[in-house]
Design a protein around this ligand. Sequence first.
Ligand SMILES: *[C@@H]1O[C@H](CO)[C@@H](O)[C@H](O)[C@H]1NC(C)=O
Ligand SMILES: *[C@@H]1O[C@H](CO)[C@@H](O)[C@H](O)[C@H]1NC(C)=O
Length: 520
Amino acid sequence: MCKLTLTAGLCLIIASLASSSRLVCYYNSLAENRAEDGRFTVSDIDPNQCTHLIYAFSDINNQHQLVPSSETDIQRYQSFTGLKTRNPLLKTLLAVGGLTFDTTKFRTMVAAQQKRANFILSAITLMRTFGFDGLNLDWRYPRGARSQPRDKQRFTQLCKELKEAFVAEGTATNRDRLIVTASVSAERATIDASYEVAQIATYLDFINVLTFDFHGPWESVTGHHSPLYRGSRDTGDKIYSNTDSAMKYWRDKGAPSQKLNLGLAAYGRVFTLSSAFSNVGAPASGPGKEGHFTGEEGFWASYETCLYVRKSTIHLIPDQRVPYAKTKDQWVGFDNNTSLDIKVSYLKNNNFGGAFVWSLDLDDFNGQFCKQGNYPFISNLHKLLVPDFPGLTTPTPTTTTPTTPTKVSTGNPCDGKSDGVYTNPDDPNSFYNCAGQITYIQKCQPGLIFKQSCKCCDWPTTTTPTKVPTGNPCDGKSDGVYTNPDDPNSFYNCAGQITYIQKCQPGLIFKQSCKCCDWP
Ligand SMILES: *[C@@H]1O[C@H](CO)[C@@H](O)[C@H](O)[C@H]1NC(C)=O
Ligand SMILES: *[C@@H]1O[C@H](CO)[C@@H](O)[C@H](O)[C@H]1NC(C)=O
């Protein structure tokens, strides 16, 4: 697909740029209970960083129905899915389960067809009522324990029935189908015990592989909780306890690589050292001190790590490609921009579909701790995974100057329309954003128009190339696009050593680095 058709050559370049990856971010509703500056609410979410947001967590009741975890959740659901009015391409999902969830609720629910049907029906109703785009299953883990030997197959059955019901509902109501996703273990033994990988992968739209917590202060020696590669001194089953091994295991067991998201933790795992050694594998006496805001021993949010290791040296674990720091007797393994860059290159080189982050509240969301701007962890991932080519990959209304949607004062163009974005016949530079039959008007970037075909803001027309009358800047150059030193608003397009001059849209300049027209 190529919307900005300049020439075949440039079009290819843009098409490849446009193949953006997923950046899935978890919102942890419990972070609202943290003290002072650690308190995180839905209004702290930036709707333009991640491609998908997941609300963690909802619950399952005695009738096997999907329900909010608390009364206050209902209010928060509305603000959460309402973030889409500020980014029409954003998808919002609802998660059920999690680390501390009572898994007997899952076990009982999947055990009978009627119970699964109750769950599925209630899930559809809850998601449609509050405007979610899909479900995220966080069952940790559907193990084939002796009492319930069929959990593994029943999990597959649940995924299958969810997918089929979502397809049927989408068709019947003429709405975008709800998506179904899961977050799954990265431990080899658990993968073998808990999942029919190839089968669930056919039903799930994407799969978050929890490639962190491989090591932690529950062990007696230091180790990074989210290494990219195996450590040179790992032996036995430890050779599988790393991101690379887990991602490839999921792929090799039959999950398409494009459906797999690599897991990233916006927190560090902390050990208390029990000797003078501080290398990987040094003796540890237990978890490190609790973070001031997160309050859990051995766990520091990335903004807490930033504060505590400010004056320490950051060391690289060369074989595993991740950093750690030591401050007094505290040892913390975490990710910084450099290791995130390496992990993102890794996932792109292996054609994985994207990354997911646990969780938004653990990043320095308002920039006050690390002094590196808002969301330094996630904005680095956004920069690497979600390219901003105006009008092509991101809907531009909100990328640089977010326009606040305004409610229409008279009439209601969204009357009878399902939620989504629509052409505004009175002004091509803006569009209607319909949410619960309320009409909001949003503006595209100056110079762009809204197109229904891509539901995005795009350039109005294509500029026709003109042949240069004199001289030949393309002489000796291979086919491609090149800077025009006389006019930054245009560029040379060389084809068979003939020079064509093409203009960027007004206000844009040609950049050799991306071979594209961009905001100056
Ligand atoms: C991340 O840590 C490594 C290891 O110390 C260091 O070399 C690198 O410069 C750090 N990256 C950033 C962006 O601070
Ligand atoms: C990491 O990258 C983000 C996004 O580019 C930036 O805001 C932040 O300052 C960077 N952090 C460091 C330590 O370089």
